[in-house]
Design a protein around this ligand. Sequence first.
Ligand code: PFF
Length: 442
Amino acid sequence: MRDNFKSSFGVLVAMAGSAIGLGNLWRFPYLMGTNGGAAFIIIYLVLVFLLCLPIMMSEFVVGRRSQVNAVKAFKVLSPKGHWGLVGVLGVLASVALISFYCVVGGWTIDYLVHAVSFTLPEQGSSEDFFAAAVSTPWRTILYTYIFLALTALVLLAGIKDGIERYTKVMMPLLFLTIIIIAIRSVTLPGAGAGLEFLFKPDFSKVTGNTFLNALGQAFFSLSIGCATILTYGSYVKKQEKIVKLSSLTAISDTFFAILAGLAIMPAVFAFGISPSEGPGLLFVVLPDIFDQIAAGGVIAILFFFVLFIAAITSSISLLEVSVTYLIEACRMKRRMAVLLSSAVCLVLCTLCALSGGVLSDVHVLGKTFFDFFDMISANLLMPLCGLFIVIFVGWKLGRKDFVDELSNGGTLPNKRLYNAIFFMVKYVAPIVIAVIMIFGWL
Ligand code: PFF
């Protein structure tokens, strides 16, 4: 018998675990602050609930209705044509994304180890410390491999006994820890400027770009377009409520992103530093700050713990896509499938890990391996896979099957809502995704 998630809470924490990741921590707070604060949150929420959530539900429907891996799902639902290729895109997107995600995951372990042994850099030397962490081959490779191995270990135990069991512990801890850090951050003298940066509504900062940024961020943050939601959905029981689970996932993801803002920006402003985004914010600016605040050593441990948990619950969902595929398409035992997909990722991760040092001069399409995998996953494979999923659901699967799946075979009320969601999937979502892609490339 195929494995399954045991409880609704189990499905929710696994999906939220996938959604809440590095994107929430290193990009959302900065985007929010530079795009009009509270004004940005309103726009972001509208886009998430009106547009991205219907796309996420489409992925969920394809998985739950077919109860098979990403590639076969499309063939089961539409035996004619080449729709299986959409699933192939999803598998490729997940592999490309995990290749550099694990490297960053490795940095979080590296920093966590230093935080626990109180050997993080002193103020002023964070930049050199980060440069060494990224470019010293044994160091980036060792920690990347440990991160990948931990991800694989969870998957070896399966859905119920692996993913569900561990994310059920990790996600509540994640929320609790970020709340503790946020409290410390907002109570620092001078934290007010950070709160103002984050929340002060400023509609004059809202431009066309704000919408594009918000959309791109929502897409990445909700883990759409990598077949992760599809794969998790295929393990979800027929009595679970797709609309409710997807909405709760989006709410927890956004709530966590705002908490991340509260944990980071007030501290940054309290020290008169100008805000930034990306790895530099997490691995250079923050260690500098931790070195200067009371109880900073403990806060550093908590913070890198948060980063690690956020990253690993996302990478677990990414690796499961190819594991499920190998188990079913090649009739492999789970153990073999985990080993094989980890081995492929190991090779790609190695290239990405070394691109901060010995391979920094090797370029693909003008980019290092790390940046190349980042680019093809976020700007090409994910939006393309998302686009074909909504086209498939809207124009091939059709309204009847979609509404049937959302309403659990007609047993749930709210037919009007399901029809409205279908309208968004069929007509609005394809246009919007195409726009994100085109602007992403420009
Ligand atoms: N949602 C994750 C983040 O915000 O970091 C990234 C991600 C994970 C994207 C899993 C896609 C995915 F399938």
